[in-house]
Structure formats: structure tokens, C-alpha cells
Design a protein around this ligand. Sequence first.
Ligand code: NAG
Ligand code: NAG
Ligand code: NAG
Ligand code: NAG
Ligand code: NAG
Ligand code: NAG
Ligand code: NAG
Ligand code: NAG
Ligand code: ZN
Length: 472
Amino acid sequence: MNIKQLLCALFLLYSVKGLSRHPKLLLISFDGFRYDLLEKGLVPNIYKWASMSTWFTSGVKSQYVTYTAPNHMSIATGMYEEEHGIVGNYFFDPDKKKMFDYFNSTGKEGIVNASQADFWFKGDPIWLTNERWETTRRSASFYWPNGESSFPYLPHTPKIARPWTVVGDLKSWMKDADDVIDAFTRETESVNFVAWYVAEPDHTLHGNGFHNKEIEKTLKHLDDLFLYFIKKFDDNNLGTDVNIILTADHGHAEIKDHKHVMCVKNFVNGAGFEMGDHMIYPHSEEIGKQIYTNLTEAVKKHGYEVNIHWKEDIPERWHYKNSSRIGKIVFEPQVGSAISFSCTNEQMEKQYGENGTAKFNSSTHGQDPDRPEMRAFLIMRGPAFSENYTIADIPSNVDLYNLMCHVLGITPTENNGTMEIVKRALKENRYLPMTHGFVFNQITDSWSFSLILIPSMCIVIAFLPTAVKIPF
Ligand SMILES: *[C@@H]1O[C@H](CO)[C@@H](O)[C@H](O)[C@H]1NC(C)=O
Ligand SMILES: *[C@@H]1O[C@H](CO)[C@@H](O)[C@H](O)[C@H]1NC(C)=O
Ligand SMILES: *[C@@H]1O[C@H](CO)[C@@H](O)[C@H](O)[C@H]1NC(C)=O
Ligand SMILES: *[C@@H]1O[C@H](CO)[C@@H](O)[C@H](O)[C@H]1NC(C)=O
Ligand SMILES: *[C@@H]1O[C@H](CO)[C@@H](O)[C@H](O)[C@H]1NC(C)=O
Ligand SMILES: *[C@@H]1O[C@H](CO)[C@@H](O)[C@H](O)[C@H]1NC(C)=O
Ligand SMILES: *[C@@H]1O[C@H](CO)[C@@H](O)[C@H](O)[C@H]1NC(C)=O
Ligand SMILES: *[C@@H]1O[C@H](CO)[C@@H](O)[C@H](O)[C@H]1NC(C)=O
Ligand SMILES: [Zn+2]
């Protein structure tokens, strides 16, 4: 060994000295990253990394309602939304008579802070399960929705908790990447679990849809971020120590045109009810019947592709019923459609109609999680997981909590997930006998898929965000 190699070896020893001695895991969410956006042409670096990892090529199923705050909570706790209590991005609690609105969608003074009160939270998120196991374990949340919130049981919050505030850009995300690596490698008090949230590509998709090229730019930025991050991760020799799970909260579906947005204000007005981001809480049965009639007649008259459910008729498979926080009337826009509480038909027509001033281009989510468009991407890499491995079976995002606990070597709190599909990602299970038919899926060079085609000739049109309130 020459001096240079010796120095190098010493440097490596030194540079891993700060690592936590516990199993390590980094959970990343890129908001709204639909499973089929993981294409070589769109995100070559993430694609390359996914190809070397365990890749759930059909994605992961999210929970109804397919919005951001509830699905991040389902990923973190392994629970259905009715169980963990975060049943929307904004919703009403009729017992407490209080509104939850983590992302300030309703713009009411003080509502974000009010959404941090501990009675909202009923699940046990992975960052707390991890820290509770041993006092030397440390968790961090970098902008994970409700990652900074105080839960009703010890240790309440993770050691490092940065609240989400802005969408940010490549530059700020790269700074975050530095901080995530620092959290794992710092000399003292290094963490063994990090949850890291990035609010794109969701934000771009709401404002532009899939077809005007903006999404490609944003995906390129995410790909650049990922390359920057992974390079630094490898330079710090974290690859053999730290497991990574890269996923998202839900997918996205293009809205066909402005006529496919149901402006609820046109049909429901006056007082006598509260509103959540996709549901209504009438104060009386009488008002409820009126609202239901108005809505179902509007659907018939205008041909909206929106299902209006009485709470008791919500499909069982959604596990979205057993909570007083779920409104009596629940909207379910179909793929290609949306609902909005902030627009009016007149305003939409003026803006996007025949003689309108803008072109309507927008995508959204909130639809049936059994639709492929609502599925998120899911890739895992690290000492716990198989390499160069694809799995076509579709797990549910509530399964990730059990898997994360397994990787971290801790016992999960009771939850609604199963290991059945996700356990196949584990290195020790690579040669499990086949039950679902997709166990031994080596990646080949010719292997590729692309379900969405991005037209190359597109016009960039700004979508005016005042017209349709953008849900996360
Ligand atoms: C929420 O939105 C309102 C209205 O835009 C604003 O006044 C308030 O400062 C926002 N709160 C936070 C915490 O961002
Ligand atoms: C924030 O909420 C907490 C309770 O969750 C409350 O005690 C505190 O006064 C609130 N702060 C502000 C500035 O409203
Ligand atoms: C914008 O949306 C319309 C449908 O409203 C669609 O026909 C058009 O192709 C979209 N524009 C672009 C640039 O993709
Ligand atoms: C139902 O629609 C009618 C007719 O447009 C309207 O007068 C009434 O206020 C609506 N009811 C509610 C509860 O919004
Ligand atoms: C939820 O289920 C439990 C047990 O079946 C039941 O006691 C409770 O009333 C239900 N709550 C709601 C809000 O439906
Ligand atoms: C759009 O403008 C044309 C020409 O001024 C007019 O004939 C037409 O009725 C307008 N369409 C709408 C929906 O207002
Ligand atoms: C995965 O594939 C890469 C490139 O083909 C190869 O270098 C590596 O050894 C493979 N890993 C395993 C565990 O097979
Ligand atoms: C979800 O998990 C909770 C906690 O274990 C349990 O009480 C509840 O019954 C489960 N729900 C379903 C539908 O299995
Ligand atoms: Zn969104």
C-alpha cells in the first residue's frame, strides 16, 4: 500500500466515523411522480439508478383520497386514511369543530399552526417508531408533510424536523441534498433515518399538465438533483450502509379540458355546511339532501364525470369511511376530470372558453387509487435490497411502513400493511418461490416501457392558478 492509498483508506475510515451504528434508511418522496414517468428519456439518471436497484415497475398504489398530506401519512404509518386521521389536505373535525389545513389551501390566518395540534394524529410514524426503539437512534424529517408535527406520544417529534414551506428549485433542493447527507455523516448525533420530501413534479403538473413541455424541464431538474445527490452519497461511501426508498404520494391525470372541471360553487351555495378539499359536511340531514340533489342534478345536466357518494356508499376497498372527519358527501372525479371549490363556470368560460384569454392545461389527482394513473413510482436500493431486480406486482403504500421497520430492525406498531409483496425486495428473499408470477425479473438492455407520449410540438401556456385552487 503506498502513501496515497493509505491516506485514502484513512480518509475513508474517518469519513464513515460519524455514521450511526444502527441500520440506516433514507425515505424520499417526489410529490406526484407517477410510476410511468420513470423513463430513460425523461430522467436518465434516476432510470439508470432504478435499473441497478429493486424497481417496482408497475408502481405502488396510493390511498383514497389520493392527495398529498393523507398519503404521506399512510406511507409513514402504514395506516389507511380513516385510521391515521389525516383524511385530506384540508378537512373538518366535527367533534372538535376545527379545520385541518397543512398546506394553507384555505388561506386562513393561523390554520397551518392549528394543523399541528397533536389531536389530529392517530398513527405512529416511522420516525417516532425508530427513535422510541433505542435512545441512540435519531430520525430526521426534511419537509415531510407533518414530519415536524407533534404527535400525542413519545418522543412526539423527530430529533431533526424541518417544516415544509415552499416548492423550492434545483438550487435549494441541492442544498437540502447536502443537508441530508450531513445528517447521516455528521461527527456527532448522526441520524439513522431521514424522510425527505420534494414538492415536484406535482406543482408543475397542476399548472401545466403533461403536454406543454414544462413537465420535461421539471423532471430534468429532479434528475439533475438525483445525480448530484447520488454522486455525493457514493463519494461519502454511503452506498453500502444506507438504504434508500424512492417513492411518491400519488400519480397524476391530465384534465381533459376546462369543461371537465366541476365548479362546485355554481351548485352549492349559502350556509349550513363545512367543506373539505373533496367533501361536504352538511349541518343537517335536510341541507345534506339538498346539496346531494343539486350536485347529482348538475352532474346529469352538464355531463360531469364526477361521482357523488354518500359517505355510507363509499367503496369498501378504499377503507375511507370509518372516521367522523370524512364528510357526509364525498366527491370522486374520474380520471380526466376535476372538482374545484374556488372557481365558477362563468370565470372558467371567460378564461378558457372559445373566446378565452388562456389555454387550459392542467393535471390533477384525487381519483380512484385503483386507476393506474394514480400510482406512484417505487424503487429501493441499499444493503437490504436486491440489485438489478424488477417486480411487476403492485404493493400498496401502507405496506412500506412494515418494510421500513424490517430494514431498521424494529417492531412495527399495528397498522394496515402487509409484507406479502414488498418483502420480495429484500435481498434474502430474492429466490423466494413464485406466487405472483413476477419473481425473477432480470432487467435486460432492451427492456423499456412508456405509457405516456409527450408530444414534441407543444406550446407553453401559463395556466392561471387563481382559476382552480390547486390541491397538493
Ligand atoms: C396562509 O395564507 C394566508 C392568506 O394567503 C396568509 O395570510 C398566511 O400568512 C398563510 N399562512 C402561512 C403559515 O403561510
Ligand atoms: C400554535 O398552535 C398551538 C397549539 O397547537 C398554540 O398553543 C399556539 O398558541 C399557536 N400559535 C400561534 C402563533 O397561533
Ligand atoms: C392544452 O389543452 C388542450 C385541451 O384543453 C389540448 O387540446 C391542447 O393540446 C393542450 N395544449 C398543449 C400545448 O398541449
Ligand atoms: C340548490 O340549488 C338551488 C337552485 O339553484 C339553490 O337555490 C339552493 O341554494 C341550492 N342549495 C344549496 C344547499 O346550495
Ligand atoms: C368505526 O368503527 C368502529 C368499530 O367498528 C365503530 O365503533 C365506530 O363507530 C366507527 N366510527 C365511525 C366514525 O364510523
Ligand atoms: C366568441 O366570439 C365570437 C365573435 O365575437 C362570437 O360570435 C361568439 O358568440 C363568442 N362565443 C362565446 C362563447 O362567447
Ligand atoms: C448489477 O448489474 C451491474 C451492471 O450490469 C453489475 O455490474 C453488477 O454486478 C450487478 N449486480 C448484481 C448483484 O448482480
Ligand atoms: C387498520 O389497522 C388498525 C390498527 O391495527 C385496525 O384497528 C383496523 O381494524 C385496520 N383496518 C382494517 C380495515 O383492517
Ligand atoms: Zn398535487
